[in-house]
Ligand binder design. Sequence first.
Ligand code: ATP
Length: 240
Amino acid sequence: PEASRRLSVSGVTTGYVRADVLHDVSIEAKPGRITCILGANGAGKSTLIRSILGLTPVRRGSVAFGGDTITNLATHRIAALGIATVPEGNRVLPRMSVLENLKVGGLLEKDRHRLAARMERMFETFPRLKERRNQLAGTLSGGERSMLSIARGLMTDPELIVFDEPSLGLSPLFVSEVFRIVRQLKEEGYTILLVEQNVRQTLDVADDGYVLAQGRVVAAGTSAALAADGELHKAYFGVH
Ligand code: ATP
């Protein structure tokens, strides 16, 4: 796709029954770029994603995608506007075949021809999945499962892809593979929001980034600037 819409989260405060978890959070994901959100366990990364996707109600502030305000819209309507998610841990439907997983990903598309064309494009991007199209997803290797969960997200024909800690639980080889795919997707024209704990490889692949700590944005800038900030590393990433 030729991405043209910007995701803007403006002054969002949200949380769960007992307390606010995000406090006045503002971030932007610019079209055609990779924007990363870094932060330790419990910093509020998942909550931020949930508020973008309409899963956790925004209490104050707003979320916009291009010219559309999407604050607290139903999740399927947000998806229909062109935002897809690749879930944490690269979840797939284990008892369904590769083909069936992709079909489920494309449920919103009613036109069979467009669906078939999209499926074909997925198989071009991920030839490995084509070879294994009739295999149960639960029997794929870790790397193949990552590919499938990404391909499943792409079946909705999005412009923006939100990755929720895609490297979580993967061995180092597959982690590199996931980051390679993220880079490839940017080259194909997608806009990417990448939420991660893996600081080094994430800053390496991303263009822009934000650091969340205790539900607030504590640093923002180009990835190069964040990577070069020694104080930031000491305070939030642990010194390596
Ligand atoms: P992780 O990497 O562990 O997923 P995170 O940065 O994504 O961490 P969140 O999952 O957004 O952080 O959690 C932020 C805070 O919100 C934590 O203190 C957590 O305990 C709390 N929290 C998360 N989900 C819920 C929930 N469903 N109900 C109540 N509190 C929650």
